[in-house]
Design a protein around this ligand. Structure first.
Ligand SMILES: [Fe+2]
Length: 244
């Protein structure tokens, strides 16, 4: 049976097979036995670890290591090594999935705000589609199953309207976030499980605002409120180099 939409697996080693299926929009990976996440949550929530918002463009795994060693210096050694290894693993898996060597890494420790609503992430033309997102602690990312999107045109109308309101400093009506009008009536807004990694489909930027199938990109948003979180997003930053 073909897999479609958002699927869940246990262990990152099992993410590659579903990600190669055109019908799969995102693969949510839950890991077992990551005891260090609790200690990391404490460090982020007490402000012991702060990562100012950064965007590392077109970097290799080696360059990410250099950045992370400095950025995570406030953490004690075992925790620092666990997080460093995890970051590198995310980068390497995105490279492996896409047959690339260079990625865009965005990272920050911040409390979520209501500024950004449902959206899709994009990649440059001809870059491979799968990137990774990990929210290490705190409130979880929310998403809509492709089958629950009533109409992609309506999604873009929603996105455009909400962006205009948020950018203009106006108040976004609560109903826009609670009951987005592009979601099929009765369908639930879903949440990524705490600490899970999501490998998810980005949209070729040339198709943004076009009438593509809902499964062509993962429609998601940050939570609207909560305490500081460590968020890392890894996107492909070059064309595929070698066949999978
Ligand atoms: Fe995003």
């Amino acid at each position: 049976m073909a897999i479609a939409g958002v699927c869940r697996v246990t262990g990152r080693a099992h993410a590659a097979a579903p990600a190669s299926d055109d019908g799969v929009t995102a693969v949510i990976v839950e890991e077992a036995g990551e005891g260090w996440l609790g200690a990391l949550a404490g460090a982020v929530e007490t402000g012991r670890l702060t990562v100012p918002r950064v965007s590392l463009e077109g970097v290799t795994a080696g360059q990410v290591t250099v950045w992370a060693r400095a950025a995570l210096a406030a953490l004690e050694a075992p925790l620092r090594y666990a997080l460093l290894a995890d970051l590198l693993d995310l980068v390497e898996r995105v490279c492996e999935l896409g047959g690339i060597r260079r990625v865009l890494v965005r990272a920050f420790t911040e409390a979520p705000t209501g500024r950004c609503g449902f959206h899709v992430d994009t990649v440059a033309p001809q870059a491979p589609p799968f990137g990774a997102l990990r929210v290490y602690n705190g409130a979880c990312t929310e998403y809509v199953e492709p089958e629950d999107v009533e109409d992609v045109r309506r999604f873009y109308a929603y996105l455009s309207r909400r962006e205009r309101l948020a950018r203009g400093g106006g108040e976004v009506p609560a109903v826009m976030d609670a009951c987005p009008d592009f979601v099929r009536p009765g369908a639930a807004i879903r949440a990524v499980p705490p600490g899970a990694v999501v490998f998810f489909r980005h949209l070729d930027v040339r198709r943004h605002w076009s009438e593509h199938p809902a499964r062509a990109a993962w429609i998601h948003r940050s939570p609207m409120a909560g305490g500081p979180r460590l968020v890392v997003n890894v996107s492909p930053a070059e064309r595929r180099r070698r066949p999978r």
